[in-house]
Design a protein around this ligand. Structure first.
Ligand SMILES: [Zn+2]
Length: 155
């Protein structure tokens, strides 16, 4: 298992008790990002629901998408009420608009120097962080050659 961005002992995101988002968590374990998509109107949606937000279809599936996106927003956390963060000066939280799932934005940490100021629109790539119970999707600045992004966030 790899090291985690934040110290151990923090409450981590958990799967829904009803199992609705289980494919997402199972995908992260395999280092694959899967997002719920409507089989009728083809729209992606997040968080997972029992109905399509757009056409109300119940024919929903989880489809693989590349773990690539752009910084939609970000936040630097300074003040940490949780004791597990006592030795942490700051960390970055980013909201990432996925390149291949228009309208879907995922939240995670931005790995690397927490004192840098990310630019809105910066290309990022997913980094799978395996913890004991679950795996998380974190993000790092995409510094490779530019890639074709597909559609951008619609709203
Ligand atoms: Zn639909």
């Amino acid at each position: 298992m790899s090291t985690s961005y934040l110290p151990a002992g923090l409450p981590a995101p958990q799967p829904f008790p009803d199992g609705l988002d289980r494919p997402f968590w199972d995908g992260l374990r395999r280092e694959e990002l899967v997002i719920q998509r409507c089989q009728d109107c083809q729209r992606f949606q997040w968080l997972p629901e029992w109905l399509c937000h757009r056409c109300h279809s119940t024919r929903l599936e989880f489809a693989p998408v590349a773990p690539h996106g752009r910084v939609y927003s970000w936040y630097r956390a300074w003040n940490h009420p949780h004791p597990a963060l006592a030795g942490v000066s700051a960390y970055l939280v980013v909201l990432v608009a996925l390149a291949e799932a228009p309208g879907v934005r995922l939240i995670g940490n931005l790995l690397g120097d927490p004192m840098r100021d990310p630019t809105i629109g910066t290309a990022v790539v997913g980094a799978f962080e395996h913890q004991s119970e679950h795996s998380l999707l974190q993000w790092r600045i995409h510094d490779g050659p530019s890639r074709k992004d597909g559609p951008h966030d619609e709203d």
